[in-house]
Design a protein around this ligand. Structure first.
Ligand code: ADP
Ligand code: ZN
Ligand code: ZN
Length: 838
């Protein structure tokens, strides 16, 4: 960003600010910076501006310049909200890149990037913070007026705040509203409503403080020796003395601890509070207690780990990005910890990214053990206050390590030196909804280029094809760690051929006899069991009951989905439909089936067969909110659960010592999913879930129920042979021109009326087909063709990996969107581009 001489005797030219507003505006607009603000306005600061007639927003200054807008008179910036910028130029660059790469607006990126408390608009609702209490003595007049109104009404819209201030202060310029609100938020008198939408319920505790009145030695002396109110209340005096003692020896004390330690009663404490001597303050306490800032690395790397560690270090001096391919339980985390240590000792900041679900207290504890208070956790389930705290500490460079999910990428790192993207293959790194639909791994790689000498380590037991391809083309470094820590054996996979099971018992279709026997053996040995059932197992598909063959689309190499309603097999890539199969193309049989079952059903069956075992279920329905998930994991860790049934959630990076059996209940469902990445995903899922078995003691066993025991992917998982999977898949990707050989842009069309959305998608496809004839697939209806009363259509563009072509195509898409929206019939069709979708 260019330096601009903004003021001074020589400069009489007007200064304009390009400002990002947290809305889906096609471009950033420009405002005029009034002269008296010139010395304070900075790039990256938030400012208050008017947009339209009477809408107000807090926007972020992207650029300051002298170019007056051509077609309209720029309005003035109303206020500057920050003394120091909330973001560095790197964040603004990241926003810009994201918006252009992922086809959204910078405002949408900004809205995703900033914590709710930084975002203000006329639509914002302020909510009174009940924990703030009613002590408004520290507030100035304007703050006080608003706080009092909030105390009574609990909620205020921003225009109401404005009214309050205008009514009581005739002289107050209307521009002063946002700064007042901003101060109130900083003083934690109120929240922006968005913050309360979360399910996170902060833990609150009462702290006992000495009233500031007695903070001086002299005042305290007087209180203790002369105060008549205390001389008559012996017990209260005792409690006060006890309080003062604890405060001196232990620092701040909670009400509960004080009462317990002093043996005093609630009434005695109340007496002191009523006299105004002590104060009770409700505070949100960090669930994760922040420890001291020390580094404590108390383990040695094994020889294999150490070799990998050294190779990574060498690799990162040669190339900025390195992929660590380390089998499950090889001790990747310990290697990360040693690398993190190196980087923070050299004064750099480190971002450690994990998929949201893997960000459990298990992982957090593991890292905190070594880095204590150097670590901050940034997570969508944490409170906005905590997020702001971390935001500021990262910006000041005070916090050295951030452990976070994909949104941690937006933090304003001052001096970022190292990014770890753990479980880099994980699909939850891609944000699906809403915009920006970014891939956090790829965005992290871009972001690293914005910092001086910043390195990236991707880690996985089952790398994405994209990353492995990049490593094989020597774009990334590649380090392999092919043995488990402690030389523990890799788990052994055995196939249970469901075609041979002749039992009439319907439960046996869910839990076969061999699997039940194995479960019993584990239970008898006081070991634990994980049973895995994929969510995706719900998509209906047709399968030959004799040989396990699943019908595929001729053009797309993906499994066909069965539509009961239309009685058709449909390809969700190109829209081709086929009559239901009568004859198996592989074995000639006429016996086709459809089988599906969910985790709930499995739990029922388990309880029938193993009435004495303690079972639990882990899926999106059973664990709402972060704490339920953590709780379940802890229960399992502490051996309070014998059998855990779960979806993908049980797969993510968990480390349980006592599990010796993993059951994969419906491998067919995993292998039939209608997606060109099906084999890659199936391998990843099964290898990862297998990796939960026998981590400490070895002898981990994995039983796979399948009707295709010879399926190549199952063979590859059985051999733990990632290279074989990679070689097979990469050849197919090349043949069908899928990533990493092409880039995919998926367009989703949405409308209430089915014909409208179908026509719109068709018109769109026709318009693009001149230029992209060979690259368009569809339009077709997706698997779920109606969501929230909107009908959906999809169009897929498979483009060559060429930056120019890609850029041109995005331009063409945006242009066609505008053209289509000019037609009254299609005005209401929503079109959503998704780049590199998964
Ligand atoms: P991965 O992430 O590769 O699946 P983990 O990092 O979870 O593997 O390591 C597996 C187990 O081995 C963990 O319980 C971990 O604490 C232990 N472990 C790994 N390396 C070491 C080491 N150098 N010293 C002690 N324990 C280790
Ligand atoms: Zn067959
Ligand atoms: Zn097809």
């Amino acid at each position: 960003m260019q330096e601009l001489e903004l003021y001074g005797p020589t400069n009489t030219r007007k200064v304009f600010a390009e400002i990002i507003i947290p809305l889906a505006l096609p471009i950033n607009y420009t405002w005029l910076v009034p002269e008296h603000m010139l010395s304070d306005i900075k790039v990256g600061c938030r400012v208050e501006v008017n947009l339209g007639k009477n809408k107000r927003y807090a926007g972020v200054v992207k650029q300051l310049h002298h170019e007056a807008p051509e077609f309209f008179e720029a309005k003035e910036v109303l206020n500057i909200l920050d003394v120091q910028p909330v973001v560095y130029p790197q964040q603004l660059q990241l926003w810009e890149w994201m918006s252009s790469y992922y086809m959204c607006t910078q405002g949408e990126v900004m809205a995703a990037a900033l914590p709710a408390h930084f975002k203000l608009s006329s639509e914002s609702v302020l909510v009174f913070n009940e924990e703030a209490g009613e002590d408004f003595r520290e507030l100035d007049n304007e703050e006080y007026l608003v706080a009092e109104a909030l105390l009574i009404r609990k909620e205020l819209k921003l225009p109401e705040v404005q009214q309050i201030l205008e009514l009581s202060h005739a002289r107050l310029s209307s521009g002063q509203v946002y700064p007042v609100i901003n101060r109130l938020i900083q003083k934690r008198i109120c929240y922006v409503w968005e913050a309360l939408k979360e399910t996170y319920i902060p833990k609150k505790e009462d702290y006992i403080l000495l009233s500031p009145e007695y903070s001086s030695e002299a005042a305290l002396e007087l209180l203790l020796n002369e105060d008549k109110r205390l001389q008559r209340a012996e017990k209260q005096m005792e409690l006060l003395l006890a309080y003062l003692h604890f405060q001196k020896t232990e620092g701040e004390i909670t009400k509960a601890a004080l009462l317990k330690k002093s043996g005093a009663s609630d009434a005695q404490l109340k007496g002191l509070i009523e006299k105004g001597i002590l104060i009770a303050e409700r505070r949100v306490v960090d669930r994760i207690k922040r420890g001291a800032k020390n580094i404590d690395i108390n383990f040695e790397l094994s020889e294999a780990q150490n070799t990998a560690f050294e190779k990574i270090r060498v690799s990162l001096t040669e190339k900025p990005i390195c992929l660590l391919h380390g089998v499950t339980s090889s001790g990747k985390t310990e290697i990360y910890i040693r690398l993190i240590e190196d980087y923070i000792r050299s004064g750099k900041q480190v971002l450690y990214m994990l998929p949201e679900i893997a960000l459990t207290s298990q992982t957090i504890r593991r890292l905190q053990k070594h880095f204590g208070g150097h670590i901050g956790v940034y997570h969508s389930k944490f409170s906005q206050n905590e997020r702001i705290e971390i935001w500021n500490k990262v910006k000041e460079g005070e916090l050295k390590i951030v452990l976070g999910a994909r949104s941690a990428l937006f933090l304003p790192f001052e001096n970022l030196g190292f990014i770890i993207c753990d479980e880099e293959h994980d699909t939850s790194y891609k944000q699906m909804e809403p915009a920006p639909r970014y891939h956090a791994r790829d965005a992290a790689i871009y972001m690293s280029s914005l910092y001086d000498d910043c390195k990236v380590l991707l880690g996985s037991a089952t790398p994405s094809l994209e990353s492995y391809y990049n490593a094989s083309k020597e774009k990334y470094g590649l380090v392999k760690l092919m043995q488990r820590y402690g030389d523990v054996a890799m788990p052994v996979l055995e196939m249970i051929d469901t075609r041979r099971l002749k039992s009439k018992d319907p439960n046996a279709a869910i839990l076969s006899q061999p699997l039940c026997n194995a479960i019993q053996t584990s239970l008898d040995a006081a070991r634990q069991v994980i049973l895995f059932q994929n969510r995706r197992g719900y998509t209906p598909y047709q399968r030959c009951n004799v040989c396990g063959w699943i019908p595929q689309c001729k053009h797309c190499d993906v499994s066909l989905t069965f539509h009961k309603f239309y009685n058709k097999l449909v390809c969700h890539y190109c829209g081709t439909s086929y009559a239901p199969m009568q004859t198996c193309a592989a074995c000639g049989s006429h016996d086709f089936v459809q089988k599906q079952f969910g985790t709930e059903r499995i739990e029922e069956v388990l309880q029938e067969i193993f009435p004495l075992a303690k079972t639990a279920r882990m899926d999106m329905d059973s664990v709402r909110g972060k704490n339920a998930h953590d709780q379940l994991i802890q229960n399992f860790e502490q051996l309070n659960i014998d059998i855990l049934v779960g979806t993908q959630m049980v797969v993510k990076g968990l480390d349980f010592e006592n599990v010796d059996l993993v059951g994969i209940l419906d491998a067919d469902g995993i292998l039939s999913f209608a997606d060109f990445r099906v084999n890659e995903r199936a391998y990843q899922l099964m290898e990862q879930v297998s990796g939960r078995a026998g981590r400490k003691h070895g002898k981990g066993k994995v039983l796979v129920q399948t009707s295709q025991p010879a399926h190549p992917v199952l063979m590859q998982v059985q051999q733990h042979d990632y290279d074989a999977l990679y070689n097979d898949e990469i050849a197919k990707r090349e043949q069908f021109f899928y990533p990493p050989f092409s880039r995919i842009i998926k367009l989703t069309f949405k409308n209430k009326i089915r014909e409208v959305v179908q026509d719109a998608a068709q018109i769109f496809a026709n318009a693009l087909s001149n230029r992209y004839k060979d690259h368009i697939t569809g339009p077709a209806e997706p698997v779920i063709n109606r969501l929230r009363n909107q009908y959906l259509m999809e169009l897929l563009l498979k483009l060559p990996r060429n930056a120019k072509v890609l850029e041109q195509c995005k331009k063409d898409i945006n242009y066609q969107i505008a053209v289509l929206h000019q037609e009254p019939r299609y005005k209401s069709v929503v079109i959503i581009p998704d780049v590199d979708g998964i």
